[in-house]
Design a protein around this ligand. Sequence first.
Ligand SMILES: Cc1ncc(COP(=O)(O)O)c(C=O)c1O
Length: 385
Amino acid sequence: MGAVSPAGALGSLLGTEPAAYAWEPSSEEIARQTGLPITAIVRFDTNTRPAPPALVARVLTAGAFRPGLSEYPPNDYGPLARAAAAAYGVEPEEIVVGAGADEILDLVARAWLRPGEAAIVPTPTYAMYRVVTEQRGARVHEVPRRGPGEAWALDVAAIRAAAREAALVWLCDPNNPTGRAEAPGTLPGLLASLAGDAALDGRPAPLVAVDEAYAEFVDSSALALLDSYARLIVVRTVSKAYGLAGLRVGFGIARRPVLEPVEHHRPPGPVSTVSAAIAAAALAEPAIARSFVVETGVERERLAAGLAAVGWRVEPSVANFLLVRFGSPAVAGRAAAALLRRGLVARTFGPDHPLAAALRLTVRTPAEDDRLLEAAAEAAREEAP
Ligand SMILES: Cc1ncc(COP(=O)(O)O)c(C=O)c1O
């Protein structure tokens, strides 16, 4: 994550900018630094799928979208919105299409946060909630999650108390980077409390954005709550379980009164016609995500057991990544450096982050994961006294 800097409007006045999202270095850069060929670099930091589904080649070869390439895509992305609506069980007008879930998060902040307002961010979580909040000149109210011993669950009572002063609540379920899902009943209970508290206080309930980038890995979704909590938007993507991160396609799903202001902030054609065509075809084949989820579950447990066998402390995960905790930020840093020397890129967290002593590792193919296991064993030997 980027360094913390004075936020938003105040930051602009002071001539500084809000913290930006910080990636690990590019594969090109790592190849240059390590002297390895770029083909030897493996991204364990991006929670993406090792290869796109076979359907991509089929759609590209069929080329039904080609006559449309000299024109802009339709502003409402009709066919893609209909495919998403069918996949998520809502109406097409309850879908906004964006350039990945990340653009949807940005649009939600633009539509629903004013300078000076507060947004709740249960930490540790995905870094973009802070970024898009601060970019609006709004305040981040961090509410720490319960610790690893309690599955990094949301602290419902603390969120409920903080929500009395907040315009927006960012939730991520399953949560990145902890890899855990909320217990059944937690989100319905939290939303019912937020609505009840707001009614008692005579103020509007906060907007709740539930980022479900990894929802396909579990069997539950906040989509079921759209009828019971009026100010809810659910964020989905084809980047993770569908293996299509390079397309940049994501969705906001909400009832019209919540979605309208979000649409209002979106540029006319953020997603290319080619991306829209492939994503629509993929969403019509949910088996693509289902089989990947099953394969990933098996490989995740094999990778977790292998890392545990070399002495790394691996947390349970429901998603396509693992959180590994070390004794100190320095030990985590040395482990990441040891992997990087071998061309394997782990996700690291900055020194001020609650997970400074941890690394996040994507579950990839068995062959790539074997390289990781070998490198982890060597790193553990190098670390041994
Ligand atoms: C929780 C979460 N939300 C959103 C995203 C970004 O998704 P997209 O590729 O659709 O922009 C990520 C990517 O890592 C993520 O982990």
